[in-house]
Ligand binder design. Sequence first.
Ligand SMILES: C[S@@+](CC[C@H](N)C(=O)[O-])C[C@H]1O[C@@H](n2cnc3c(N)ncnc32)[C@H](O)[C@@H]1O
Ligand code: SF4
Length: 390
Amino acid sequence: MNRNENNFLSLYVHWPYCESKCPYCDFNSHVNENIESAHWINSYTNQLYSMKEQLSEHDVSTKKLNTIFFGGGTPSLMPLEIIESILKTSFDLFGYNKCIEISLEANPTSYEKDKFCDLKKLGINRLSIGVQSLNDDNLKLLGRLHNTEDAQLAVEHAIKTFNNVSVDLIYAFHGQQIINWTNELKVFLRNNDLQHISLYQLTIEEGTKFFTNYKKGLFNKIDDNKAANFYEISNEILNDQNFSKYEISNHAKHGFQCKHNLSYWKSQNWIGIGPGAYGRLWSSKSNNSRVEYQNYKNPKRWLSKNMYKSEFEKINFFNNTTSDIDTLTMGLRLCEGIETSKLYDESIIQNNAFKKLEEQKIIIIKDGILRVNKNYMIKLNSIIDFLTNS
Ligand SMILES: C[S@@+](CC[C@H](N)C(=O)[O-])C[C@H]1O[C@@H](n2cnc3c(N)ncnc32)[C@H](O)[C@@H]1O
Ligand code: SF4
């Protein structure tokens, strides 16, 4: 069967630099260095050409792009000529579907706000702004360089400039009061006509400054029950404001689900270029198996490896089991769940782990769809661990 439903193809572009490193962030992001635009353009271009060859090699039927996502790091810091070049080359090589979604992640400083119109002119049609908190003390705690006033001005300007604006917020951390958070969220949603919101509960990731402080006892984790309260109440507030939750942390107004992220969660085909980016294709040549392309993570290494000719750090061929685990891990994040026919081995849903969670109504298997009961979404990671490791 063709596991790439709708034959969609997406492109992820990673920009690894930021103004400063936030103490909670374990993304592949580094403090800005001197950038030679021409070198970056060469490397991104070589990667696009190389992926074009890979699509033919694996006989991937879709060749036109349905979505492009500039993520980071902070891609709103990218020199415009690099964005322009990537868009031009990707259009020349692959072509665009008529309703292509082209997203870019932006930080809400005034420098970046002033670039929104130029970004739109280049073809960006969806902006995702990292507001992160609606309260100045919490922005300081999160180590952000902007304040709430900067964020509000950036959001207003984005709404005037783009028809599709999303905001990222981090919440549910130790010491945060639910009553303050809910009031901030309600006022923010009432004042700003957004199309999409990503609400992330703060996670303390290994290797971050928060993790070091946590280990030293200087920073606490929020209690699980309290985090669950934050989750439920925030979902209700968003629901009241016409946002539907479609993924564990993502909410959209009607017609504004992020098409790019859906391509990951639905295990479609995507190309990933830039330091640390990875891409995955279903190969028609190799028995419809999943092939993964991994890029060198270190920006300087990636740049030197790709400047004259593209080189991936690794190409992995998933076996059927790895592929199924990946399809489940990605797909169960979606509220609508996944079609069991996307699995190589559909019989795994008959095994004891699945049966046990089905009996407890933690997962629901009906009419060929497997999904997590919405009341248990907050426990998604442990559910996936249980299903894939039992
Ligand atoms: C690649 S980062 C964002 C890009 C942009 N530089 C910014 O900071 O707004 C994607 C999002 O992940 C979220 N995030 C990163 N680390 C997190 C953590 N430890 N806990 C919760 N959310 C996190 C933030 O909301 C962030 O906007
Ligand atoms: S959260 Fe965003 S701005 Fe902060 S370090 Fe990570 S990618 Fe950079």
